[in-house]
Design a protein. Structure first.
Ligand code: FAD
Length: 281
């Protein structure tokens, strides 16, 4: 049986204090023995330097690090230089993305790459099989997709270009994931598709993120989260319970692992991971 992959995601810290805090988070979460820790790029205004510094520290601590790399607005020479830097630092895994196009800029004017499949193809041409390439997948359909079927075909293009596996946008509807995996298989896409898990701890923040990225908070869940109002602890306990149940359903249904959006926090991921009994991964 294929071993399941349990991984974590960080975002680069913006201040020296946040960097210190993230170091402590990494040390605490290291006991879970994650398969790797990925680090976002460009999201929320973070810089390329922040991603590079953070992955370098993770890698030096003995945990495999995977930088996210978005191609929007970049040219081939810049991407090649960054790939060379990662190779020099012994990085073996990359999360290859298009990134979000700044408002007012069309796809055509967004640099030498228009879509993530072009980045994947370029990474393979420039570096052969050096990197394990992860790409993004959207069980609830990418918010800008022309249609459900177009999005599926576009996902397939990334795999045909050389992606080894995928990480999903977060979702709270396990059926959307299972249906997506089935639909992928029907069009011949069988790479591992690992669900991205966003632990529920803060309703307002979650609602804001979800509006931006097209992830649906089902009505039954939204209504119950709204009821907690200022009861932060109650919401957190309920939210983590719901997230843990989702993870259990996904794993029992055959998901090839889980990728946790930690938001640079220790406790939510630690609690879910331990409750699932994957602490000794
Ligand atoms: P693509 O796969 O290129 O898809 C984008 C849209 O274009 C889709 O609607 C698709 O259907 C369509 N499309 C794709 N290929 C084609 C084609 N060849 N022709 C026509 N249409 C096409 N953002 C960041 O800025 N930094 C991060 O670190 C980051 N990390 C992420 C990690 C994960 C796991 C996920 C799921 C998302 C992440 N994002 C990040 C967000 C991501 O950048 C956005 O969702 C972005 O809008 C799409 O990126 P993509 O790589 O999925 O793009």
């Amino acid at each position: 049986m294929q071993t399941k992959s349990f991984s974590l995601e960080f975002f680069p810290p913006k201040t020296p204090e946040a960097a210190e805090k993230l170091r402590a988070t990494r040390v605490k979460l290291a006991v879970l023995k994650p398969a790797y820790i990925s680090v976002t790029f460009g999201a929320g205004g973070s810089t390329q330097a922040g991603t590079l510094e953070t992955v370098t520290e993770i890698q030096q601590s003995g945990i495999s690090a995977a930088p996210h790399m978005s191609c929007v607005g970049s040219n081939r020479a810049e991407i090649k230089a960054l790939l060379d830097t990662y190779i020099a630092r012994d990085i073996r895994r990359i999360v290859a993305l298009r990134g979000d196009i700044p408002s007012g800029m069309g796809v055509g004017s967004a640099g030498e790459f228009r879509y993530a499949n072009e980045l994947v193809q370029f990474i393979r041409e420039a570096t052969g099989r050096h990197f394990h390439i992860e790409v993004a997948a959207y069980p609830e359909v990418h918010p800008q997709a022309e249609s459900h079927s177009a999005d599926l075909q576009n996902f397939k293009k990334k795999v045909e270009a050389g992606a080894d596996s995928a990480l999903t946008q977060y979702f709270y509807n396990a059926d959307a994931y299972f249906r997506f995996v089935d639909n992928c298989a029907k069009v011949g896409v069988t790479v591992p598709i690992v669900p991205g898990i966003m632990p529920i701890t803060n309703y307002k923040q979650l609602a804001r993120f979800s509006d931006g990225c097209g992830a649906e908070i089902p009505r039954w869940l939204r209504k119950q989260l709204e009821d907690f109002g200022d009861d932060v602890e109650g919401l957190r306990a309920f939210g983590l319970d719901v997230t843990t149940e989702l993870c259990r359903t996904l794993l029992e249904g055959g998901a090839p692992g889980l990728h946790f959006y930690t938001m640079n926090q220790v406790e939510p991921t630690m609690q879910i991971w331990r409750d699932l009994g994957i602490g000794a991964n």
